[in-house]
Write a protein of this length. Structure first.
Length: 108
């Protein structure tokens, strides 16, 4: 496995953790979740920057944000019991299709 894919995976996971913790900060009034958000985003951007040594910016950002959106949506559905309606599911399917197209193109 090439290192840029590992870096991108770490960046995505860190961003998903940070974004998912945002709701729990209650406007950054709770210390624990607030620290998790700051550390998560710092980690995400650091590893995204390592990814950009190899992958083009547009490809890396499309994968980072697209996978992140899908995972944060899944977390909200599972943890916060947020409803997923038909337009949301269609949008997620389009994001997934875009990620597949990027990968079929070779990721570059």
């Amino acid at each position: 496995m090439q290192a840029h894919w590992l870096y991108l995976g770490v960046a995505i996971v860190a961003e998903v953790i940070a974004t998912s913790a945002l709701k729990a900060t209650e406007g950054f009034s709770r210390l624990g979740p607030s620290v998790l958000v700051v550390v998560g985003y710092c980690t995400a951007f650091y590893f995204l920057s390592l990814t950009l040594r190899t992958l083009p910016l547009g490809v890396a950002y499309a994968l980072w944000s697209g996978v992140g959106i899908a995972l944060v949506t899944a977390f909200g559905w599972l943890y916060y019991r947020q409803a997923l309606d038909a337009p949301t599911l269609c949008g997620l399917a389009l994001i997934a299709a875009g990620i597949v197209l990027i990968q079929l193109r070779g990721g570059h």
